[in-house]
Design a binder for this molecule. Sequence first.
Ligand SMILES: [Zn+2]
Length: 236
Amino acid sequence: MNGESCVYRRGGALLGMVRERPEEATANAVNRYALRPLAPEEYEVFSLDLCHNQVDRHHSRFPDEELERINELVVGRPLMERHDVGGSLPRGTFFQSRLHRDGERVSVRPDVYVLRTGENAGFILNIEGGVYRETSIGFAFRLPECSVCGRDIRRCEHVPGRTYEGETCHYLMREVVDVIEGSVVASGSQGTHFVAWDAGENVARGLDPAEAFALARRGWPAHPWTARGAGLWARE
Ligand SMILES: [Zn+2]
């Protein structure tokens, strides 16, 4: 089996895991990021689903065109643990990515290489052993579009998760501007969160969606969208 060493789905259940010995094309792709050519036994490769186009538990979803953009942006970005971009160094590098289609479901499925250092041994073993089951993406986007009225959901009256004439409101995450990182998170994580982000302070705090929208509409300074434009960090 080539290319799919470790695959996750929304909700975090492990779909499959097969150790892969890198073939030449994979090795060449990895070595684009290394300062010297790495021998295949020096690293491990995993595949994972990072995000998808289905409505998630926080009533948001990516349109397919944004997944295409994420698929391009994620290459070269770091693999982290628990989105800890402020306090720890990367565990790996996403070196290639593709869109995976399963019926209506489209996901971004990057490959990441992790060096087989002594320090990473436990990390790799936890993935291989199925303890680290969930993945999550840190990214920024500009426009949360209401599924009911098509406006910016910060400026309309609809609330994600409520039903309007038989339709449950959600919002589409449009205008993705960057992918910051992808993370492995421990089994049992709650998955997607809103996080208030201060670009200068790295201050992050999980927000319930309803709370986040209420704050955003009141213009509270710590609302998830900042004046910098791409201030919303969402996670999955
Ligand atoms: Zn609306």
